[in-house]
Structures are given as C-alpha cells and as structure tokens.
Ligand binder design. Structure first.
Ligand SMILES: O=C(O)CCC(=O)C(=O)O
Length: 295
C-alpha cells in the first residue's frame, strides 16, 4: 500500500480487508497523516443489529464483536489516536467530533458566555489573580442538552479513557478572543495549596470546537521534564504545543497511576493571535460525580 494515502483511504483499505477475512486477534494499525503517524486499535467482531444512537457511536468500523457484559457494547469501536507525550501522558484523537457537532455546541454556548473564573488557592482573590485566565465561558451539562450531542461526546470520551461518564464534571465551554489566554496551571488540586479535597481530577479532555488561525495552542511547558529547572515564566509558550483543530480531542492525565500529581501536567493556553478559539473542557475525577451531587 503506498505510504502517501489519505487517512480515509487507509481506513477504507483496512475495512475492506476486514470484510474479506474475519479477524481473530486484536490488531493495531498505524497510518500516516500530514502531521505524523497515528495508531488505531481494532477488536474482534461479529455483526449485530445496532440502534441509531449506537450507530453514531460505533464509527464506521465493521469488525466483529464478541458477547459482552451487562453494560458493554454490542459493537466494536475504532477511535484513532496519537500519543503525543508520556510525560505527561497526552493523547490526541484526530476527528473525535464532527464539525456539525462542534458548531452545535458553540451555538448553545454563545448565548451564556461569562468571564472565566479560577479555583482559588489559599490567599488568592479574584483581584490578585486577574489576567491568569482571560477567556469567557459557560458550563453545559449533557443531561440538559436536548440535541443529545454532548451526551454522545461524553460517551465517546468514556470509551476512549475507560473512565465512566459519571466521573466527568459538566463541560466548560471556552471562547478565547485575540490576546486571551490561560497561564500555565495544574488541573489537579494539590491539598497543600487548596486544602483537603473530596475528590481529585485525574485527567482532562479538551475537545477543540474550532480551528485557530494563529496562536491559541495548548502548551505543556514541562513536557518530558524540560524547563523545570529554569525559573519558568508561566506566560511563556514553550514546550509541547498542540494546535487546535476543529473536532480533535486532546486527553492528558494530571495524576500518575499511583494517584500523585504529575508535575509535568502543567499546561495552559497560549494567547490567540489571529482568529478565535473555542474549546470544550471535560475534567474527569476519581469519584462518581452523580453520587456527589446526590449527597
Ligand atoms: O484552552 C486550552 O487549551 C486549555 C484549557 C485549560 O487548560 C483548562 O480548561 O483547564
């Protein structure tokens, strides 16, 4: 197969091959896009009827599924991903949402935008933290979204992370205009700075709802331990930088598997230089959020 094939041609190639000959084992494929290699995991299958809702979750994979547990899926999923970094653990999911889904979320968020706020550390006030996070935003919950788009996205995030949907906070939809930014920070709450925590943020999933002409990258200044030994200025856009592209998802873990905070998960948003940035942030916790709300 020629290396210069497009992503969809490559997917078609493997899908056709899968139809010709049933697969028995897990297969991991790599394919080339304009900005690097991507991996995709295909699981064994048998075909079964799928409801319309599940159809839209199941992507276009044709692989045979196996008998599943009570809340498992009757279909296989293929969610292409690219590991961007191991320190912090960061994964890009190209084309995670469709442009139409992104536009629906932007339209809903636009009506209720307010200046973004910060979780304050001991001694911090809204006044002395001005300028750290200059975007505007709103909180949207999937359960109140009549279009069903946010629920579909949440379900796909749960599949990609294998962390149940109920562990997610509601979406924080953000808009950055020219010059707006979010200085480097941690999403996890260090109890030494924030006091005792009932639950902790494990990971963050950012869904880019728009392209940005220039600027607006998500930055990881301490990626792979770099810049940790200099007097890093939290405004600087250095380290690993991820350019927003409409529909792409970016997952990174704030905690190590042992539950301690990964210092390399420091991240932020570079200022937008040209255009506008829209992103939906989903913070994922170690505790069931539905249970929390019932308490
Ligand atoms: O906008 C971004 O790229 C980063 C957003 C962020 O850091 C956050 O919402 O915690």
């Amino acid at each position: 197969m020629p290396m210069a094939q497009t992503c969809s041609q490559t997917h078609k190639f493997f899908t056709e091959r899968a139809k010709q000959k049933p697969q028995n084992g897990i297969r991991i494929f790599f394919f080339l896009r304009e900005n690097g290699f991507y991996g995709s995991m295909f699981l064994p299958y048998h075909q079964s009827p799928r409801s319309r809702l599940l159809e839209s979750l199941a992507d276009d994979t044709e692989l045979e599924s196996v008998p599943h547990g009570k809340k498992g899926d009757p279909f296989t999923s293929s969610i292409p991903f690219q590991v961007l970094s191991w320190k912090p653990r960061t994964v890009l999911y190209p084309g995670f949402a469709t442009p139409e889904q992104c536009e629906i979320v932007i339209k809903r968020a636009k009506a209720n935008l307010k200046p973004s706020t910060l979780a304050l550390r001991k001694g911090e006030t809204a006044e002395n933290t001005q300028g750290i996070r200059t975007s505007s935003g709103t909180f949207l919950s999937a359960s109140e979204d009549k279009t069903g788009v946010l629920d579909l996205i949440e379900q796909k995030i749960a599949r990609a992370t294998m962390i149940p949907q109920s562990h997610g906070e509601v979406f924080n939809i953000l808009r950055y205009e020219i010059g707006q930014r979010y200085l480097a920070h941690y999403d996890a709450f260090n109890p030494a700075e924030y006091g005792p925590q009932k639950s902790q943020r494990i990971a963050s999933f950012l869904l880019y709802l728009s392209d940005v002409e220039e600027g607006g990258e998500t930055k990881f200044p301490y990626e792979n331990g770099s810049n940790m030994d200099i007097n890093y200025d939290f405004q600087e856009c250095i380290g690993l930088k991820v350019k927003p592209r409409q529909g792409d998802g970016l997952l990174f873990y704030s905690l190590f598997p042992n539950g301690t905070i990964d210092q390399t998960s420091l991240h932020g948003s570079c200022p937008v230089i040209t255009g506008e940035k829209w992103v939906a942030t989903k913070w994922i916790r170690d505790q069931d959020q539905d249970q929390d709300q019932e308490e």
